[in-house]
Write a protein that binds this ligand. Structure first.
Ligand code: PEP
Ligand code: MN
Length: 371
């Protein structure tokens, strides 16, 4: 199959296809990081008992700040390989440069993911592609690579990374949607921006697109909602972070599930719970819930800024209400909203309610604004 000039073959030597025959999406799970031989083994054992066949663990961890746990490095590769083969699983790890990739290949790993920070850097992706290009054809034919979305919401960059790997001769390719970095508070760690993976699938229909609810959610309590939404949207699979003892995890402890928590989640992930219409409806409802939760966070942020302004006005002796500013602000918002298909009456109602609340808080900072 060729789309965007990409020629594809099934992931994992065709074994990934078993998902299409079952009502479950393709499931990949494992710890954020391999930390010790015991932790890798305990997690692999419990996941295998749940029927998980694809076992992930990060060996080299790209961390935002220096001084955080940066992975155990190459010595963890043999733990991953050993536990996966003991429990009949397929191991996967992240590679970010040629040295990682060569070490992983030497350790017998054939399945990889490329992380969001690496996918955003064409030099790094090309460096990896050059190593793949140098492999003998029969070795290359065995390799599967999942490319995470770049941290920034740039579909072309994501497709470009897939094209670089494909041009190097890797055809067992898939994508992982792990959400996009955002400044400021949201309920997510990484905003899902579902339109991007949907557009990716539209542009390359044969490409398996897998959702990573763990990195989108960033916290255990939200993982299930994101996972169910992804299933309702018909993603081809899920990759979930799972640790035998998340409390003690050295990276991403807030978002990792225990195997026991994963076992409770699995029955809710069946693809065929209802007809087409109900799956679509469920997806929209979950999207609405998530948007509403974001509106609440944004309103709280807006009120916090209004409180700061109130404080400054008091210090500088400026009156709380300045009608010209209010009128121009309202007209600008209404104009922008109309361009997006919202009615002026609706927008005036929404903004005058928000504005009333801000003014009330500025006039009476410590009080209760209920009328
Ligand atoms: C990971 O999967 O552990 C990881 C580092 O993910 P991302 O590249 O999506 O941040
Ligand atoms: Mn992680």
């Amino acid at each position: 199959m060729r789309d965007e000039g990409i020629t594809l073959r099934p992931l994992f030597g065709g074994r990934g296809d078993d998902a299409s025959a079952s009502s479950m999406p393709l499931l990949l799970a494992g710890p954020c990081s391999a930390e010790s031989e015991e932790q890798v083994e305990a997690t692999a054992r419990d996941l295998a008992a749940l029927g998980i066949r694809y076992f992930r663990a990060g060996i080299w961890k790209p961390r935002t700040r220096p001084g955080s746990f940066e992975g155990v490095g190459a010595r963890g590769l043999k733990w991953l390989r050993k536990s996966a083969s003991r429990h009949g699983m397929v191991p996967l790890t992240e590679v970010a440069n040629a040295a990682h990739l060569r070490a992983a290949l030497r350790a017998g790993i054939r399945n990889f993911w490329i992380g969001a920070r690496t996918a955003a850097n064409p030099f790094a992706v090309q460096e990896l592609a050059d190593v793949f290009a140098s492999l003998p054809e029969e070795e290359k034919a065995d390799i599967s690579i999942l490319v995470k979305n770049p941290v920034n919401p740039d579909l072309e960059l994501w497709i470009g990374a897939l094209q670089r790997l494909n041009a190097a001769g890797v055809q067992r390719l898939g994508a992982i949607h792990r959400g996009f970095g955002a400044y400021g508070e949201t309920i997510y760690r990484n905003r899902p921006e579902w339109r991007l993976p949907i557009e990716l699938k539209r542009r390359i229909p044969a490409l398996p697109v897998i959702c990573d609810p763990s990195h989108i959610a960033g916290r255990r309590g939200l993982v299930e909602q994101v996972a169910r939404q992804a299933v309702a949207m018909d993603f081809d699979g899920l990759i979930l972070e799972c640790h035998c003892n998340p409390e003690a995890a050295l990276s991403d402890k807030e978002q990792q599930l225990t195997p026991q928590e994963l076992s409770q989640l699995l029955p809710t992930l069946s693809k065929r719970t209802g007809g087409e219409a109900s799956a679509a409806l469920k997806a929209f409802r979950e999207e609405i819930d998530a948007i509403d939760a974001e509106i609440v966070v944004l309103l709280a942020r807006r009120m916090a800024v209004a409180d700061e302004i109130g404080e400054l006005k008091r210090k500088e002796g400026i009156p709380v209400l300045q009608p010209e500013r209010y009128c121009s602000l309202m007209e600008r918002r209404v104009e922008e909203a109309e361009k997006l298909g919202l009615s002026p009456q609706f927008m005036r109602k929404v903004f005058s309610t928000i504005h009333d609340e801000s003014v009330g808080r500025q006039i009476n900072p410590s009080g209760n604004n209920e009328k």
